[in-house]
Design a protein around this ligand. Structure first.
Ligand SMILES: NC(=O)c1ccc[n+]([C@@H]2O[C@H](COP(=O)([O-])OP(=O)(O)OC[C@H]3O[C@@H](n4cnc5c(N)ncnc54)[C@H](OP(=O)(O)O)[C@@H]3O)[C@@H](O)[C@H]2O)c1
Length: 256
């Protein structure tokens, strides 16, 4: 089966490509560096020819409110239109647990706009809502830092290893569309400030972390339920310690 992975060179994309390729599928890792660009439409028709499944794992190069909305809306429209022409049978996207509860965040508003286009496209789909990746802890710290101090929300979240996310994306690609949302999360809830502080300490980063219930997370306040998945979520097996010890972590920089 031909499976196109948009953003197939990214963190989750490259791991998903690897999992589906070893099963013998015809997997195309599509991204701008390989001449396929969902924002401009470049290379899309050729990439999608003969594809049965498309997994969209692209991310916006900019997180600025207007730019990120424009990215997910334009890329979503271009991709779904090309999928209709190609007769794609299952569109899969990766979004974020709690996105629908946090409209004050420009990034999460953009993810909801992406989801709306998918729901209205008429193409059978599955939307996976994941919690934050452990690999994103550096990005959370970075976005909250002024000088040598990071002011981080003290709300609960339940982060997950990117390997566990990629396992799910590969399983979903080989399953029937659910025309709805499924949730995935990590094995353990943490207070965000506490895990960010632990992560920085293990990474020998000297920044100080201050936890505050009203500290903003990418433009929005959180409560203890905002980013935590519901009871039916699929739970990844990798603990924070296992991830930190064994994965080649991306330990700094902003990326979501
Ligand atoms: N970080 C988190 O905690 C988190 C949690 C839940 C869900 N998510 C979602 O997970 C998804 C994947 O995140 P990630 O961290 O794996 O991303 P990433 O590592 O930043 O990779 C981004 C990918 O998008 C591609 N891309 C950028 N612009 C593109 C365009 N115009 N057309 C096609 N592809 C384009 C890049 O291609 P090049 O390599 O060619 O530039 C790259 O392959 C995102 O949609 C994000 O919203 C993230």
């Amino acid at each position: 089966m031909k499976i196109v992975i948009i953003g197939g060179t990214g963190l989750i994309g490259s791991k998903t490509v690897a999992r589906l390729s070893v099963k013998g599928h015809d997997v195309l890792a599509a991204s701008p560096s390989g001449g396929v660009n969902t924002f401009t439409g470049e290379g899309l028709d050729m990439a999608l020819a003969g594809a049965e499944v498309v997994i969209d794992l692209a991310n916006s190069p900019s997180f600025e409110d207007k730019a990120v909305l424009e990215f997910f809306e334009t890329a979503g429209k271009n991709l779904l239109a090309a999928e209709k022409v190609a007769g794609v049978k299952h569109h899969i996207a990766l979004s974020i647990v709690g996105a629908e509860r946090l409209p004050r965040s420009g990034y999460l508003r953009a993810k909801m706009a992406q989801e709306k286009l998918i729901r209205e496209s008429g193409i059978p789909y599955t939307i996976v809502h994941s919690t934050q990746f452990f690999e994103f802890l550096g990005g959370i710290a970075q976005s909250a830092t002024v000088g040598d101090t990071a002011s981080v929300s003290s709300a609960y979240f339940q982060p997950i290893a990117s390997d566990d996310v990629a396992d799910v994306m590969a399983d979903v690609a080989l399953s029937q569309p659910i025309n709805g949302v499924m949730e995935i999360g990590g094995p353990e809830p943490f207070r965000m400030n506490e895990l960010v502080a632990r992560f920085l300490q293990l990474a020998n980063d000297p920044r100080k972390v201050i936890g505050h219930p009203h500290a903003l997370y990418f433009g929005t306040a959180l409560d203890d339920r905002s980013l935590v998945p519901g009871a039916g979520a699929r739970i990844g097996s990798t603990s924070f310690e296992d991830w930190f010890d064994h994965a080649p972590p991306r330990r700094s920089g902003v990326a979501a």
